[in-house]
Design a protein around this ligand. Structure first.
Ligand code: ATP
Length: 337
């Protein structure tokens, strides 16, 4: 199901001060996509996410999920529609005194299942998230990853059209994060559910998102498909996030040396796996050494960044740079260093 926000803004009143948490935004999230929202703390990510199920009511604008305009619904219709919008949280929000089974049963009670249907539905959900053997455990006996799996099972209980993930992996270690993201991607594929996830980690975006919105100071400052965000980040906030992933360190003596010219190259798509450096070694009378380099696979598409230290005649270096500019799929990139 698609999510459509038109002119949505949110201003909080706090101790007499107006806090513009979200400036007016238009955003359409396509049915079936995984949409990532990234930004620093306070950028407005949670506020924007909470607009999508009206956990917070917008100050201006309208929110629609599919054909249903949530902002036009009365309380009862909204409560029913909300059952089709699942949500998971950083701190899992499970009921500690209830078992895994009961935690899921609790949300199903709001639906229309008899006892037998309920049992088979809960078993099905636990199988989907890989927790069939944990029925009777209480959250206190589960790892963080297992707790989030319960959170996901609970969020999926009423067959939602949309799943909102509020920093769902921020409390988890990197390995568990990968496993939970894999589960979310499997669910997205298998069930066709639209997923919105907010995070402050670019790794999460890289692993899971189809498209990305970058937020800063209550605005979406850039929006694009995930490969373009990594390969051609435009806004300085986006560039900062991408740099964090590559994190190339230039040795101080090279930074300060006049004899070396730093050249960072970007190899796009299939070019990332080709050895263009051999061409440079062959064609130019220059000393070229590799300081750093890495290929990232973004939705299985390679993106290579390599940082070179080049020394030799200035004119020869410039000739090489012009030559590089003419190679299709290879670009100079200053921002990764
Ligand atoms: N209920 C509230 N009352 C007053 N101000 C709020 C409220 N909720 C959020 N804010 C403010 O709105 C701004 C955006 O907050 P929001 O939680 O959406 O950001 P965020 O990007 O999700 O950050 P974080 O990652 O730290 O949760 C912040 O300045 C925050 O202090």
């Amino acid at each position: 199901m698609s999510i459509k926000l038109e002119n949505v803004s949110k201003t909080y009143l706090h101790k007499g001060n107006r806090i513009e948490a979200l400036k007016p935004v238009d955003l359409t999230i396509q049915s079936g996509e995984i949409f990532g929202l990234i930004g620093f703390s306070g950028a407005g990510k949670s506020t924007l996410l909470r607009m999508m199920n009206l956990l917070e009511f917008p100050t201006t604008g309208s929110v629609a999920v599919g054909d249903v305009v949530l902002t036009d619904l009365d309380k009862k219709s909204l409560r029913i529609k909300r059952q089709k919008i699942g949500m998971i949280f950083q701190q899992f929000n499970l009921i500690e005194s209830k078992t895994v089974y009961e935690n899921i049963e609790f949300v199903l009670k709001a639906g229309k299942f008899d006892k037998k249907q309920m049992k088979s539905r809960i078993n099905e959900l636990l199988e989907l998230v890989g927790l069939s053997d944990k029925h009777d455990q209480r959250p206190g006996n589960l790892s963080g990853g297992q707790k989030q799996r319960v959170g996901i099972a609970r969020a999926l209980a009423n067959d939602p059209e949309v799943l909102l993930c509020d920093e769902a992996t921020s409390a988890l270690d990197p390995e568990t994060t990968k496993n939970i993201l894999k589960l979310l991607k499997d669910i997205n594929k298998k069930l066709g559910i639209t997923i919105v996830l907010i995070t402050h980690e670019m790794e999460v975006i890289k692993d899971a998102a189809d498209r990305v919105g970058v937020m800063s100071a209550g605005e979406i400052v850039e929006i694009n498909d995930v490969y373009s965000i990594f390969s051609h980040p435009k806004h300085t906030v986006t560039q900062g996030f991408v740099q964090d992933i590559y994190d190339f360190i230039v040795p101080k003596h090279i930074q300060e040396s006049d004899a070396h010219r730093l050249v960072t190259l970007k190899f796009l798509n299939d070019n990332a796996e080709e050895n263009h450096l051999n061409q440079l070694y062959r064609e130019f009378k220059l000393d070229i050494s590799i300081l750093n380099g890495r290929i990232e696979y973004i939705k299985d598409e390679p993106l290579g960044i390599i940082m070179l230290s080049v020394s030799g005649e200035e004119t020869e270096i410039n000739r090489m740079l012009t030559y590089i500019d003419d190679i299709a799929g290879v670009e100079r990139a200053d921002i990764y260093g």
